[in-house]
Design a binder for this molecule. Structure first.
Ligand code: AMP
Length: 252
C-alpha cells in the first residue's frame, strides 16, 4: 500500500496512472470500522486501483469540541486499509486541502437545509467542499458512499450532476451491528450503558409507529431527540446520548 501524506507527491503519482486503470475511491474521516471496510472491499472488487482517503475535515464540523473529540486512530486504520487491499492511502493534513485559506466554499440551498443541515448549519457545505476537492485531486472512475449518511449521498449525487463531474457515485447499504445499531465511528465514544441503550434507536426507527410516537419513546428511554422525519419512503432520525450524536435512516 502506498501512503501519501502530502499532495504534491500524490499529484505526481496520479499523473503516472493511465486511463486504462479504473480508480475506485472511498473518502472517509478514519477510525475505520466494518461499514468502511465494506465500501473498501467493493471499491477493490470493482476497480483496478482502490484509494482510501482519511481526513477529519474541519469545515463540516459546526461544533469545535465535536471536531476535537472525533476519534483518530491512524495506526489501526493503516492496518485495516492494508488488510482490505487498499492500494493507495491518501492522508493529507486538513490545512493542505485548503490552500485558499478556507475562503472558498461550495454551497447547496435545498437538501442541505433540512434535517442534518438544519441542526448542523454549514455541515453539508463543508462536506461538499472537501468532496469536490478530493474528486478533483483523485479523478476516480467510481466513488463509494454509504446509505448510512443518506442526505450526504443525495447531495454528492447532486454535486456530480450540477458540476458535470465524470465519476459514478456508488451507494452502499448501511452496515449494522448484530444488535441493529448502524456502525459509526461515534459509537466508540459511547459509555457502556449508552452503548447498551443505543440499539433501541435503530429498532424504533424500523418499527411501524408514527414519527411522533417513536420520538416520545426514545425520549422516555433517555435519548435526546433532534428529529424523526419521513421523506419519500425513508425515515430519518438523529438523537444524542450524552454528548454523542447518532444518525440513522431506514426505508419504510
Ligand atoms: P465517515 O468516515 O463517517 O465520514 O464515513 C465515510 C463513508 O463511510 C461515508 O460514505 C459513510 O456514509 C460510510 N459509512 C459510515 N458508516 C457506515 C455504515 N455503518 N454502513 C455503510 N457505510 C457507512
Amino acid at each position: 500500500m502506498k501512503i501519501f501524506d502530502n499532495l504534491p507527491d500524490w499529484q505526481a503519482f496520479r499523473r503516472t496512472i493511465t486511463a486504462q486503470s479504473n480508480i475506485g475511491f472511498v473518502p472517509t474521516m478514519g477510525n475505520l470500522h466494518a461499514g468502511h471496510q465494506r465500501l473498501l472491499e467493493r471499491a477493490k472488487h470493482e476497480n483496478d486501483i482502490c484509494i482510501l482517503s482519511i481526513v477529519v475535515n474541519p469545515t463540516q464540523f459546526n461544533d469545535k469540541e465535536d471536531y476535537q473529540r472525533y476519534p483518530r486512530t491512524p495506526e489501526q486504520d493503516r492496518q485495516i486499509a492494508e488488510q482490505a487491499g487498499v492500494d493507495v492511502l491518501l492522508q493529507p493534513t486538513p490545512s493542505a486541502l485548503y490552500p485558499d485559506n478556507y475562503h472558498y466554499r461550495l454551497s447547496e440551498n435545498q437538501i442541505s437545509l433540512a434535517m442534518e443541515g438544519r441542526t448542523r448549519p454549514g455541515h453539508f457545505d463543508g462536506m461538499l467542499t472537501i468532496v469536490l476537492k478530493l474528486l478533483q485531486l483523485l479523478r476516480p472512475n467510481r466513488a463509494y458512499f454509504g446509505e448510512k449518511d443518506y442526505q450526504q449521498l443525495q447531495l454528492v449525487q447532486g454535486l456530480v450532476e450540477a458540476f458535470f463531474l465524470d465519476v459514478k457515485i456508488v451507494a452502499c447499504p448501511t452496515v449494522r451491528d448484530d444488535n441493529g445499531l448502524a456502525l459509526s465511528s461515534r459509537n466508540n465514544l459511547l459509555t457502556p450503558s449508552q452503548y447498551a441503550l443505543a440499539p433501541n434507536f435503530a429498532k424504533l426507527l424500523q418499527s411501524q409507529q408514527t414519527c411522533a410516537a417513536i420520538a416520545e419513546q426514545l425520549t422516555q428511554l433517555g435519548f435526546q431527540v433532534e428529529y424523526i422525519e419521513e421523506h419519500q419512503g425513508r425515515r430519518y432520525g438523529a438523537v444524542t446520548l450524552g454528548k454523542v450524536r447518532l444518525i440513522d435512516n431506514v426505508t419504510i
